[in-house]
Design a protein. Structure first.
Length: 151
């Protein structure tokens, strides 16, 4: 809940910054973008700051922010690729928990995918520690599918 609230507040600062930028009000737009950067150092707030600096002729600052965003994206993708390779090598060794952990670490920027790998790890753990619990889980899933098909 707190994370969602924070994102909503962040989005408000970015939108107000864009509004002030369209009005050519540098001081207010700059303060809104900086507030967004304080809440979360994500790429859209950096890109918007770069747009602001470019529009008002501060090309050195704009270029620095764009270069930073580009490097973050590149190294993030490299980390994702490396984590997937390590995860697949763990799968070849039948080390499923470490494989799913690597897949999770690599896909943190993609929450739906990351949650999928955490669920797979949870299923593996529940089957490993308690065969009965694993059977119950499989039975619930089977019943759930049966009820969904009936609908």
């Amino acid at each position: 809940m707190l994370r969602w609230k924070r994102r909503k507040e962040l989005r408000g600062h970015i939108e107000r910054g864009e509004l002030y930028l369209s009005r050519m009000d540098y001081i207010r737009a700059h303060s809104e973008y900086l507030r967004a950067m304080i809440l979360d150092t994500i790429q859209p707030s950096k890109v918007n700051l770069a747009k602001l600096y470019r529009k008002f002729g501060m090309l050195d600052k704009a270029h620095a922010y764009i270069r930073e965003v580009k490097e973050e994206w590149y190294y993030g993708q490299r980390y994702y690729d490396h984590a997937l390779k390590v995860g697949y090598s763990y799968l070849e060794e039948d080390n499923f928990l470490d494989a799913y952990w690597q897949f999770f670490k690599g896909s943190r920027n993609y929450p739906d995918v990351a949650i999928k790998y955490l669920n797979k790890a949870y299923k593996r753990l529940s089957f490993a520690f308690s065969g009965r619990k694993g059977c119950l889980y499989a039975g619930r899933k089977k019943n759930k599918r049966r009820y969904q098909s009936a609908l």
